[in-house]
Design a protein around this ligand. Structure first.
Ligand SMILES: CC(C)(COP(=O)(O)OP(=O)(O)OC[C@H]1O[C@@H](n2cnc3c(N)ncnc32)[C@H](O)[C@@H]1OP(=O)(O)O)[C@@H](O)C(=O)NCCC(=O)NCCS
Length: 215
């Protein structure tokens, strides 16, 4: 089991608090992952997982020691709206894979996912001492891509026409952020806050991302 400092009970942000999952969260997992729209955005397979698959996924991914998973709670109300996790924590190479799902539709687009991602990236580099955080996202998932770019992820590659969805082929984008980039962005943000430098816009923002496959 990971050390408490590496896998804390909670990580506090301004909009959200990340908390370790409890068994009671399974009820929400079942609702989120049986939702066709969540499945459309997150799964290769057509349609949502079956209840027993979700239970297995919850036990392994949310509670199991192989990944570091946190529930995403709205700070003001405590409401559980989603989950985020590191999997494939690789100490030899200092890397991990990031996953996030806000299961409550009405919580999309309020900055919660972006902040949860930033908190996890800060944790990866600032506490776990990792070198690289990577993720994959379907090219049609523009909301997710925008949130990741804002946190500082860059598109590093794509699996062309890897997924058939809504009657067409789409690429799967591979994105990552490296520790020196994260450190430089933090230094820049601090310098701007202290009036020692001018802002240069959003971290990683503005990079063109193709939406269709084959590009
Ligand atoms: C992807 C996800 C984590 C993003 O979290 P979020 O809280 O919704 O995102 P944020 O509000 O932090 O940021 C969303 C960004 O997309 C923009 N956006 C919002 N709705 C959008 C839409 N329908 N289309 C395109 N962009 C959109 C926002 O303006 C914001 O960009 P900006 O900061 O440059 O203005 C969340 O929406 C989610 O879990 N969705 C369902 C599951 C999923 O897609 N998981 C990711 C799989 S890789």
């Amino acid at each position: 089991m990971l050390h408490r400092r590496w896998f804390p009970d909670h990580i506090d942000g301004e909009l959200v608090v990340l908390r370790r999952h409890t068994r009671e969260n399974l009820r929400d997992f079942l609702r989120w992952y049986q939702d066709p729209e969540v499945a459309r955005l997150t799964r290769y397979q057509d349609g949502p997982m079956r209840a027993e698959e979700i239970e297995r996924f919850f036990t392994m991914r949310a509670l199991g020691p192989e990944s570091m998973a946190m529930g995403i709670h709205v700070r003001e109300t405590g409401r559980l709206i989603g989950t985020c996790a590191f999997s494939q924590l690789d100490g030899d190479n200092g890397s991990t894979l990031f996953h996030i799902t806000i299961g409550e539709h009405d919580a999309w687009g309020h900055g919660y996912g972006g902040e949860a991602t930033r908190l996890m990236v800060d944790h990866a580099f600032g506490t776990l001492g990792l070198h690289r955080v990577a993720l994959s996202v379907f090219a049609f998932n523009e909301r997710a891509i925008r949130a990741y770019l804002r946190v500082g992820f860059e598109v590093e590659g794509r699996s062309r026409e890897a997924i058939w969805r809504d009657g067409t082929w789409w690429d799967e984008l591979h994105m990552s952020v490296l520790e020196p980039e994260w450190r430089a962005a933090r230094w820049q943000a601090r310098a701007v806050a202290e009036g020692r430098a001018e802002g240069v816009g959003d971290a990683g923002g503005g990079e063109p991302v193709g939406h269709r496959g084959g590009g």
